[in-house]
Write a protein that binds this ligand. Structure first.
Ligand code: DGL
Length: 288
C-alpha cells in the first residue's frame, strides 16, 4: 500500500480525544482513522511528567506498529509534556494540539487578556503560555505591534475530566463546579478562553454560559484538524481513494463506554465490532 493511504493515528488518555477525532473526520472524510483511548489509565492530568511520557510513548509505539502515516496527540496533557520527545524519535510526522490552539488565540486577540484552562499537568507545564508568547514574538518580529500589557490567565480545572468520563449529568452540580473554576477568570475579562483539554468541548455550553457571550471559545481540536488537513494536502499525503474512510478504536479498558459516550456526546456512530481492547502494559490486543 502507498504511504499516503496509510491510516491516521489519534490518541488521548480517554474519550476526550474523540472531540479531535470528530473534527478530523468532518474535514477529512476519506482518511482511515485509528483511535486509541487509554481508558484504563485516565486521567493523565494529575500524573507526573515521567508517567505521562511513558504512557504516551507506549501508545505512540502501538500506533506506529499499526503503520500510521501521522500521529495526532489529541491530548493536551501529552502534548504539553511528551510531544518533544515523541517528535525526536518519530519516523512519521507528529501533531500536538497546543500549537494550533495558541495560534488561534493570538489570531483572535483583541488586546485583552487570554484565558487558558486545562488539566493540572498542562497548566503547570506552561505549555500554552509559552506557545502563545512564542506566537506573539513571531508575529511581532521587530514591529512590536502587540504589546505585552495583557495577561495570560491559566487555570487548572481538575474536576472537569471526571465529569465527562463519568458521564455526570446533574446540571446544577456541573454549573457549580464550572463556576468554581471559571469565576476568577471571568472577573479578569478575557477576550477568549482556550479549551486546553480535549475533554472540555463536551462541556462547551456550560463553559460558554459561565464565561458570557462576548468571550470567544477556542477549541484546539478544530484548529488541529485544519493544520493536519493542510499538512497532508501540501505534502501529497492525502489518501487517494475517494471512499469513506474506515475507523477502528482501541481502548485499554471497557468497550461499551467508548461507544455510548462517543454517540451521546459527539454523535459519532461507533460500531462495537470496531472497538478493541488492548492490555495496558504490553499493549497487546486481548479477546473480549
Ligand atoms: N484529554 C486530555 C487533555 O487534553 C487529558 C485529560 C486527562 O487525562 O487528565 O489534556
Amino acid at each position: 500500500m502507498k504511504f499516503n493511504n496509510f491510516p491516521i493515528g489519534i490518541f488521548d488518555s480517554g474519550l476526550g480525544g474523540l472531540t479531535v477525532f470528530k473534527e478530523i473526520r468532518k474535514i477529512l472524510p476519506y482518511e482511515d482513522l485509528i483511535y486509541f483511548g487509554d481508558t484504563a489509565r485516565v486521567p493523565y492530568g494529575n500524573k507526573s511528567k515521567n508517567t505521562i511520557m511513558r504512557y504516551s510513548n507506549e501508545i505512540f509505539e502501538f500506533l506506529i506498529n499499526k503503520r500510521v502515516k501521522i500521529v495526532i496527540v489529541a491530548c493536551n496533557t501529552s502534548s504539553s509534556l511528551a510531544l518533544d520527545s515523541l517528535r525526536e524519535r518519530a519516523i512519521v510526522p507528529v501533531f500536538g494540539v497546543i500549537g494550533p490552539g495558541a495560534k488561534k488565540a493570538v489570531r483572535v486577540f483583541s488586546g485583552k487578556n487570554i484565558a487558558v484552562i486545562g488539566t493540572s499537568a498542562t497548566i503547570k507545564s506552561k505549555a500554552y503560555s509559552n506557545a502563545i508568547n512564542r506566537e506573539i514574538e513571531h508575529l511581532n518580529g521587530d514591529k512590536g505591534y502587540i504589546n505585552h500589557t495583557f495577561k495570560i490567565i491559566e487555570q487548572a480545572c481538575p474536576l472537569f475530566v471526571p465529569l465527562v468520563e463519568e458521564d455526570f449529568s446533574n446540571e446544577e452540580i456541573i454549573r457549580n463546579i464550572i463556576s468554581y473554576y471559571l469565576n476568577p477568570i471571568v472577573s479578569k475579562k478575557p477576550s477568549c478562553i482556550v479549551l486546553g483539554c480535549t475533554h472540555y468541548p463536551i462541556l462547551k455550553n456550560f463553559i460558554s454560559e459561565a464565561m458570557g457571550m462576548n468571550v470567544e471559545i477556542i477549541d484546539s481540536g478544530i484548529e488541529t484538524a485544519k493544520v493536519v488537513k493542510c499538512y497532508l494536502g501540501e505534502n501529497g499525503m492525502l489518501k487517494d481513494r475517494k471512499e469513506m474512510g474506515s475507523e477502528s478504536f482501541f481502548v485499554s479498558d471497557g468497550t461499551r463506554r467508548l461507544k455510548d459516550l462517543g454517540e451521546k456526546f459527539l454523535g459519532i456512530d461507533i460500531r462495537i465490532e470496531d472497538i478493541h481492547v488492548v492490555e495496558d502494559v504490553s499493549l497487546q490486543e486481548v479477546q473480549i
